[in-house]
Design a binder for this molecule. Structure first.
Ligand SMILES: [Zn+2]
Length: 276
């Protein structure tokens, strides 16, 4: 809990090396790859063989290894810094999509990951973006942040609207962020020839999506997945000041944490922050 965090350095361990200073604003990442195994040494630390996580920062004080700290530039607030971790997933998702300028983009799920992917895809040169989410507030926010069209998948037919939106061809790139298996499969049917589907969410249980293989063969569709990758942290850090994050935040004081959890359960807020 509280793994998407930022803070102010109050104390530095005596063995810590680097240019850290007391009072410095930093973002923290929960991931703690070993740095020594085959995958860490081959630039794939997200597959680390001795991977562990830092505890969350939903507290007034928390201890992190220096490798998990990212000093924030002066123009990045602590609130914005707390978006580093989800922004790094969005960066990795767009990288894995191998997007091209002018691509049409579908995003299912208008939560923080979906809307971060959308903003980064727009920076990358997406020509048209459709966002699907059943919650009206999230659809409205998607429009405000640059989506061309939004769909309520409970009331509209996503397949029909998408085909109309893409002149019947489907999307060059689709990102699935809901974690719903049926939607993960639906994205395959919505891909244009030579399109890429990126399953960004995590899916419960080791269940079969049911890929229509003749369809993916004749359309040369690529399916990619996303495991959070440490290389993306530095890229995300450079992107934070370019993203419009304020409309995505709802801030609660730490003492109102219970109210924050209640608000989260209702599901209308994209990103809830607790601030001491
Ligand atoms: Zn490792």
């Amino acid at each position: 809990m509280g793994h998407e965090a930022s803070g102010i350095i109050v104390k530095i361990g005596k063995d810590v090396q680097g240019n850290f200073k007391v009072g410095q604003h930093v973002a923290m990442n929960l991931r703690n790859p070993c740095g020594k195994c085959y995958y860490c040494l081959n630039d794939m630390a997200h597959f680390c063989e001795r991977f562990s996580n830092h505890p969350g920062a939903m507290a007034e004080y928390a201890a992190y290894k220096p490798e998990a700290l990212f000093p924030l530039p002066d123009d990045v607030s602590l609130e914005t810094g707390a978006f580093l971790e989800p922004a790094s997933i969005a960066v990795h998702a767009v990288d894995n999509a191998h997007m091209k300028i002018g691509d049409t983009v579908l995003i299912t799920g208008g939560g923080s990951i979906g809307l971060l992917i959308m903003q980064i895809a727009l920076h990358y040169g997406a020509s048209k973006v459709l966002v699907s989410d059943p919650i009206a507030e999230k659809r409205q926010l998607a429009l405000q942040l640059g989506a061309d069209v939004v769909v309520d998948p409970l009331k509209e037919n996503l397949l029909e609207v998408s085909r109309k939106f893409t002149d019947g061809r489907g999307f060059n790139v689709s990102f699935e962020t809901t974690g719903i298996l049926a939607i993960a499969r639906q994205l395959i049917l919505l891909a244009e020839c030579s399109g890429t589907v990126v399953w960004v969410a995590t899916y419960q249980g080791n269940r079969d999506v049911g890929v229509p293989i003749t369809y993916t063969h004749t359309k040369e569709i690529t399916i990619r997945n996303v495991c959070p990758s440490p290389y993306a942290d530095y890229k995300a850090l450079k992107m934070l000041s370019k993203l419009d994050l304020k409309p995505m935040m709802t801030v609660f004081p730490l003492q109102d944490a219970l109210k924050a959890f209640e608000a989260h359960k209702i599901g209308k807020n994209v990103k809830i922050l607790l601030k001491p």
